[in-house]
Write a protein of this length. Structure first.
Length: 423
């Protein structure tokens, strides 16, 4: 029997306490690929030790870089980079490997990156990336499943994105900072992780204006330099924890180290649902259950809208709310796979295309369930904490991709959860 990892959760016990948010996975990944834009020694602080980060670092190492964690500081030395081709074995594990396409084009003028496949939540095409890079003068072709890019001379231009795609904006920032002339990216993504990458590039010497706005202006430079950066906190991890108090009669949690404006929309949603949200310090939130939960409607949308990465977690919360709630998933075409696992626990959720209709409140009963993607897995853990008796969550490797020390953090809140491996 293969070595199966699973979480055993004994639910129903109200949780209370404090949690400190780790660094953002989705800020760390582009930061790691951006080290290809200038050879030398980088120091990145607050990088979460999660699977996706190690996949990116293994790819960087394959290209010739050296890296090591020195306590909380990730040191990366790209002075020995010697390759520009990424093997399928390393890249297929993670779609975010597409971030090397922009960095290789911008930093080394060429590259070969496996075309990412789809994943559980959707087809996840990369046409926006390819269109933007071609507009900058890169030649991109498909060869035996790999994207081959030739970008010896990139020239600034105006690029209008069909959709404010996060990694497309990040790839175009990395490809344009060393190009000739000015690049204008319209309909750019405004996520804090995109702004973080832009700030890192500016510290490296890039000239960028409009980060966090609809239009970003980049003036190409000749050379950049390595830097030290502190990675921003993970708003999706924080958004996963702020749901917890709503899962019990009496629930209360203090979330530390999260800038309020990163979570404004989810926090407003919590208030609408009937939880008490308090800002008790500059970057400290308290969320408390006070009385029954009310149903609501959620539309996912790009930042500063409601993040798609939090809709599975809020779906679990809404199974405990009075009445019919609706979640409209506008970004991905298949992000409700977790619903069928929740229904096995007693939830009453119907899915019609990109809409989930949740009837509440429904008591949840512990059951064996399996994670279908990273955030779905997190949602099933929340459901296990809420359900009576024992829930076994399988496929926890998916959860470990993006949550650092999850079991320890939940145990500190009083959760009964253990990792079990073996046949
Ligand atoms: C980023 O993915 C995140 N990943 C995702 O988080 C997140 O769900 C997503 O942004 C939306 O916020 C990282 O940052 C590593 P998009 P990304 O390009 O950049 C379509 C997690 O849980 N699209 O903004 O891939 C696409 O199909 C992950 O950490 C195209 O059609 O998302 C989707 O419908 C899951 N063509 C929409 O745009 C393209 O070329 C938004 O995708 C690119 C995207």
């Amino acid at each position: 029997m293969e070595n199966i990892k699973r979480y055993l959760i004994r639910g129903g016990k109200p949780l209370k306490g404090e949690v400190r948010v780790s660094g953002a996975k989705n800020a760390s990944l582009p930061a790691i690929s951006a080290t290809l834009l200038a050879k030398g020694l980088y120091k990145l602080k607050n990088v979460p030790k999660v699977r996706d980060v190690f996949v990116m670092l293994n790819i960087l190492e394959y290209l010739g870089a050296k890296w090591a964690f020195d306590k909380e500081t990730l040191k990366i030395d790209t002075s020995t980079i010697s390759k520009t081709e990424i093997p399928y074995e390393l890249a297929h594990q993670m779609r975010a490997s597409i971030l090397f396409l922009g960095a290789l084009a911008g930093g080394l003028g060429e590259g070969r990156v496996p075309l990412p496949g789809g994943c559980a939540i959707g087809k996840r095409p990369v046409d926006f990336h390819l269109k933007g890079l071609s507009l900058l003068g890169a030649e991109v072709s498909l060869d035996h499943g790999d994207l081959v890019i030739k970008a010896k001379k990139l020239r600034g231009t105006t690029i209008i994105l069909d959709f404010p795609s996060v990694t497309t904006t990040e790839n175009l920032l990395m490809a344009s900072v060393l190009s000739e002339g000015e690049t204008i990216i319209k309909n750019a993504a405004k996520e804090p992780e995109v702004v973080f990458l832009g700030e890192m590039l500016k510290k490296m010497g890039a000239e960028i204006k409009g980060l966090g706005e609809d239009t970003i202006y980049v003036k190409g430079k000749k050379k950049l330099k390595p830097v030290e950066m502190e990675v921003i906190p993970d708003r999706i991890e924080a958004g996963t924890f702020i749901v917890i108090p709503g899962l019990f009669e009496e629930g209360e949690i203090i979330v530390k180290n999260i800038p309020f404006h990163y979570l404004e929309t989810p926090l407003q949603k919590l208030t609408e649902i009937g939880l008490r949200v308090e800002r008790i310090d500059k970057e400290v939130l308290k969320v408390k259950k006070k009385g029954s939960l009310k149903n609501t409607q959620i539309f996912t949308s790009p930042f500063p809208g409601f993040p798609t990465d939090l809709q599975p977690q809020f779906a679990v919360l809404l199974t405990q709310a009075q009445g019919i709630s609706v979640i409209n998933e506008t970004l991905f075409e298949n992000r409700f796979l977790y619903v069928f696992e929740l229904n096995r626990m007693g939830a009453e959720i119907k899915v019609e295309n990109r809409t989930a209709i949740i009837k509440g409140p429904t008591p949840l009963e512990g059951s064996p369930v399996r994670a279908t993607d990273l955030r779905a897995g997190a949602a099933l853990v929340l459901a296990g904490l809420c359900a009576k008796n024992t829930t076994t969550v399988y496929n926890v490797e998916l959860i470990e991709r993006g949550y650092e020390n999850l079991i320890e953090k939940l145990k500190n809140l009083g959760a009964e959860i253990v990792l079990e491996t073996g046949g």
